[in-house]
Design a binder for this molecule. Structure first.
Ligand SMILES: [Zn+2]
Length: 372
């Protein structure tokens, strides 16, 4: 069977001016990929005014599914915020480049789910999409600090977790009280913290069920953009529970990305949030402890994560997200890194050549395609 890949094209934020797309160049790259691999889908988003007609026509002609790349709980104006234990919205200051936002609305608030659906209805019904690719379907991560992590206390969330302000973190080198990382989940010592993260998984699973049901009813397929499992636990993404709501999942195994969802970036921010350097002395799974203590997230480590995912998702397709684009500051990705990643990772159905086809150099694309 021919290798299978997915591709993403970033067109700008909902409210920012659209990215200027070089359509002939993009089509040239897609043609080049087609010589080596089957393209399962192209995910395009999420600027409503981007000039994507040429790319969409190319995909339709070649039988490639076109997905709307859609951030869910961040990036859309007017989402109801996450509320802290004092009843006020928590501050989430992190802002990335190119109009991408990382402040999150509350995933349990039904108004927010309605707003997401309405936004698609109002602004994206002009293109015949085959699917939606749900990005940022999660709670915020540690990049905004600790306070937004320890939420939400809005009227919808309070009854779901029943916590008050009893979320006290332990001190020292294991502030989350991690006892074990097993089957992609952490076992936490502190009962209140454990309950908080179960509630987060409950809420994100319910949101995925709701949105997936809505979009599938309209005939769309559904893809999910997910954090690497050892990070996804903290943002409410539980692979086994989310799988039934997806046609494919894309775990983001970005080992060289210094931006949100990038493994080293998220991990450094997690350490910074605790003001410490080592925080999981007791995580008994040796492969996790080693990765965390040495800050080396090797392909062997990622392969363990892929195996863990496989055990939980049944027949749902798994496209391993590897960053192929080159951006000097945020993704200094070399051809060697790409070759090594793609030839070493096992157990996926294919690769998501991430995260923006426009910024993929010929050299990096060739490296990826030759390693498939
Ligand atoms: Zn809430």
């Amino acid at each position: 069977m021919k290798n299978s890949v997915t591709v993403q094209i970033y067109t700008g934020g909902f409210e920012s001016p659209p990215e200027p797309l070089d359509v002939p160049l993009l089509i040239g790259k897609l043609e080049k990929i087609l010589q080596k691999a089957e393209i399962n889908c192209v995910m395009i988003g999420w600027n409503p005014n981007a000039n994507i007609g040429g790319v969409v026509n190319f995909c339709k002609w070649h039988g490639i599914d076109v997905y709307l790349w859609l951030p869910v709980f961040s990036g859309l104006k007017g989402l109801s915020p996450l509320i802290g234990p004092n009843g006020n919205p928590v501050k989430q200051a992190f802002q990335a480049e190119k109009g991408e936002r990382f402040d999150f609305g509350c995933p349990a608030n039904p108004d927010n789910l309605r707003r997401v659906k309405q936004n698609v209805e109002n602004r994206f019904s002009g293109v015949l999409y085959d699917g939606v690719f749900l990005d940022k379907i999660r709670f915020p991560s540690f990049i905004c600090g600790l306070e937004p992590m320890l939420t939400c206390f809005c009227p919808y969330c309070l009854p779901l977790h029943g916590l008050s302000d009893e979320l006290a973190l332990a001190r020292g080198d294991n502030p989350l009280g991690i006892n074990l990382y097993s089957q992609l989940r952490y076992e936490l010592e502190d009962e209140a913290l454990a309950r908080l993260f179960v509630y987060k998984a409950d809420v994100i699973t319910a949101a995925a069920a709701d949105l997936s049901g809505h979009f599938r009813q309209k005939g769309f397929k559904v893809g999910l953009d997910l954090f690497a499992p050892f990070l996804s636990f903290f943002v409410g993404q539980d692979y086994g529970r989310l799988a039934p709501y997806a046609d494919f999942i894309k775990p983001m195994f970005y080992r060289r990305t210094n931006a949100p969802a990038g493994i080293p970036f998220e991990f450094e921010k997690m350490l910074a949030a605790f003001g410490g350097d080592v925080w999981v002395r007791n995580a008994q799974k040796r492969f996790l402890r080693k990765a965390i203590n040495t800050k080396k997230f090797t392909n062997a480590f990622i392969n363990r994560e892929i195996k863990g995912i496989r055990d939980q998702i049944g027949a749902v397709k798994l496209y391993a997200g590897v960053e192929i684009n080159y951006l000097a500051k945020t993704a200094p990705v070399t051809a060697g890194y790409i070759r090594e990643s793609i030839s070493s990772l096992k157990g996926a159905d294919g690769f998501a050549l991430s995260w923006d086809l426009s910024s993929i150099s010929d050299e990096n694309l060739d490296a990826a395609l030759n390693a498939l």
